[in-house]
Design a protein around this ligand. Structure first.
Ligand SMILES: [Zn+2]
Length: 239
């Protein structure tokens, strides 16, 4: 079995064994200790394996903290799964290994907090639309990151899902389907005439064909502005 389904299995088992996944139960499940404090800009949590300790950024929102916790628990679970770990090291190295590991921990964390079946059901009902990020967030009390990861992974058309905010508009968080090669990192900005900027400035949803910032491949974009943020799904063009 490839890495992604195995990571999802690990996360599912953990959820079933330790539900309900309150922060306390999340940490207790791996026998770790937990503390909160200040982390450098852009860092939300850290696992110290030698001390079996998880450190969480005190300034992020509670739902974001819970996602970070689940992410750090996934680091622990993957770290302690010899088969998975050796397969990961066979497939990747260096920076790409790091990137893949982070993406796998995100994937597992999302599955822990938001079961895949729930996401599939929402997708079947409403289609691959950025409104779903908010719907899943509100209905299931998870952070936007969790909903974004799950939608990017499970959407029937391979896509990149992201949220952006601030002025000038920049990317806060994004996730991509494994078949998509383009990636956008946190902090990426947009051209002034980008449809996401238009959505942000007019408050009107946008549906159009466009490219990601700094990329050439065109996608079908659905952009949905709300609460000072823009949620977007960039779907691979269907031929
Ligand atoms: Zn990590």
């Amino acid at each position: 079995m490839s890495l992604r389904p195995r990571v999802i299995e690990l996360a599912k088992d953990y959820r079933k064994t330790h539900a309900p996944l309150t922060p306390e139960r999340l940490v207790r499940g791996i026998g770790a200790s937990l503390s909160y404090g200040k982390l450098p800009e852009g860092k939300f949590g850290a696992l110290v394996p030698e001390k079996n300790h998880i450190f969480i950024d005190q300034e992020s929102a509670p739902k974001r903290q819970r996602f970070t916790l689940a992410h750090e628990v996934m680091h622990f679970l993957i770290h302690n799964d010899d088969d998975l770990l050796s397969e990961l090291h066979e497939a990747y190295e260096g920076k790409e290994l790091e990137r893949q590991l982070e993406a796998l921990c995100n994937l597992g964390a999302a599955e822990m907090l938001l079961p895949g079946e729930v996401v599939d059901e929402a997708l079947a009902r409403k289609g691959q639309h950025p409104r779903l990020v908010l719907e899943l967030t509100e209905l299931h009390q998870v952070s936007e990151e969790v909903a974004i990861i799950a939608l990017a992974e499970r959407g029937p058309v391979p896509s990149i899902v992201l949220m952006a905010g601030s002025k000038p508009l920049r990317v806060y968080f994004s996730a991509k389907h494994p078949h998509i090669l383009d990636r956008v990192s946190r902090g990426t900005g947009f051209r002034r005439d980008d449809p996401l900027v238009v959505a942000s400035e007019t408050g009107l949803p946008q549906r159009t064909k466009t490219t990601l910032p700094n990329h050439a491949v065109p996608y079908t974009l659905e952009a949905y502005p709300r609460g000072g943020r823009v949620y977007a799904v960039y779907m691979e063009l269907q031929t």
